[in-house]
Design a protein around this ligand. Structure first.
Ligand code: SF4
Ligand code: SF4
Length: 410
């Protein structure tokens, strides 16, 4: 064998787009391609395609990292089809941090998205969400369109999963503060604040009734989770800095949306390279409590049987499944398990709008599983899941009501 043949092949430079967040090389190599995550992945279960599996997606990231592929349309489709539900992360025996890998990969693919598709995403995630007045304007516009029934003109897939906006609720601001005790600041958020104002009010009541002085963050102030999940980390950083500055006096930061609490617990990691913010972000993240983690005082009522829906960002991100059942039980209701309870409902942030076909299959499966429980209501603690599940139950004409745990406690 000649000397040339014995020489190892040259290491090719990674093909990530420069100046944009990218999956870390050490995260990519932590996957040993064992495939144990495959049965847990909703998109693999639906399609049976390796390219729609966690292992396939990581292999695609590895090919770009090793200079054998580029961030192109094929790579983009593979990342777009992922729900970022992190069921693979929970299942993985090697501890592969898939959640942060897919977020970074999505920052990359956003750069190669045709401008026609990128424009509306950038408008919503980069320009509307960071501006509370724009969040309100968008919510009010949607509420008016629904009141005038102009929403019928929207594509059916978008209409089904649009949150119902109550203009009456929107016109009733949350109180600045309720109760006495240690200060607990409630994240108002974006979707929660414009589409679930009644849940926000019940959350403040529940927290105040449990011995806290419940105050609210700035109305309409988004935590940045959606921007982070969909490839706009700079917008997510901006929102994190603004929310952190608003809540530094609070002993506890209460969040009643699974996706938001999960994201806010990563603020320290998100701002770790910003000297002015790193320590403040770390401290704020340490004070974040999902509502399910709060020591809540509940009262017993006759609520019947309640099916417990586990939001992915509760079970996969925060291991809060038992807490939901504890709260439901404490109200006197009987918690009921949903068959295939760990499976994603297909809401996944904007997935129901961006990937309507896969999302619709997951929605129907989830609605049928909930219906099979025969429960009177289903407890759901995430706005995307609540909208998606309510739509699914309507589609199959089920009478089961969707309730947020805060509504059980008040
Ligand atoms: S992500 Fe984990 S479980 Fe899935 S193939 Fe890689 S090492 Fe195996
Ligand atoms: S995050 Fe969810 S959809 Fe994406 S690869 Fe993992 S299990 Fe599959």
């Amino acid at each position: 064998m000649s000397e040339d043949e014995l020489r190892p092949p040259p290491i090719r430079p990674a093909n990530w787009l420069p100046g944009i967040a990218a999956p870390a090389a050490e995260d990519i190599v932590s996957c040993v391609s064992c495939g144990l995550c495959l049965p847990h992945c909703p998109t693999f279960r639906l399609t049976g395609r390796e390219t729609a599996s966690p292992r396939g997606r990581i292999a695609a990231m590895r090919a770009v990292q090793e200079g054998q592929a580029t961030v192109d349309a094929t790579f983009r489709t593979m990342m777009d089809e992922c729900l970022a539900c992190r069921a693979c992360e929970t299942a993985c025996p090697s501890g592969v941090p898939f959640g942060r890998m897919i977020e970074a990969a999505r920052a990359q693919v956003e750069q190669v998205r045709p401008i026609r598709a990128r424009g509306p995403r950038a408008l919503g995630l980069k320009y509307v969400l960071p501006r509370p007045w724009a969040v309100y304007a968008a919510g009010t516009g949607l509420g008016l369109a629904q009141a005038l029934r102009l929403d019928r003109l929207a594509p059916a897939a978008a209409r089904v999963v649009s949150p119902r906006i109550s203009l009456r609720q929107l016109a009733r601001p949350l109180p600045q503060a309720m109760g006495t005790g240690p200060t607990a600041a409630l994240l108002c958020g974006c979707v929660m604040d414009v589409a679930f104002r009644d849940v926000q009010r019940d959350t403040m009541r529940a927290v105040a009734g449990s011995g806290y002085r419940a105050v609210r963050f700035r109305p309409g102030g988004c935590c940045g989770a959606l921007a982070m999940h969909y490839g706009y980390p700079e917008a997510a950083r901006r929102m994190a800095r603004e929310r952190i500055a608003e809540c530094e006096d609070a002993e506890v930061i209460v969040v009643n949306s699974a996706g938001c609490s999960n994201h806010m617990k990563t603020w320290g990691h998100l701002l770790a390279d910003e000297p002015r913010w790193a320590a403040r972000a770390e401290a704020a993240a340490a004070r974040v409590r999902d509502l399910l983690e709060m020591p809540l005082v509940t009262r017993v009522r006759d609520l019947g049987t309640i099916a417990c829906h586990d939001a992915c960002h509760h079970v996969n991100g925060q291991a809060l499944g038992p807490d939901l059942r504890r709260i439901v039980s404490s109200t006197g209701a009987t918690p009921v398990e949903i068959p295939g309870g760990g499976h994603c409902c297909g809401a996944a942030g904007l997935y129901s709008v961006l990937e309507p076909e896969l999302s619709a299959q997951l929605r129907r499966d989830k609605a049928e599983a909930i219906s099979a429980t025969g429960a009177s209501s289903v407890a759901v603690a995430n706005p995307g899941c609540a909208i998606q599940i309510a739509a699914g139950l309507r589609e199959i004409a089920s009478p089961i009501r969707v309730v947020h745990p805060a509504q059980l406690i008040r």
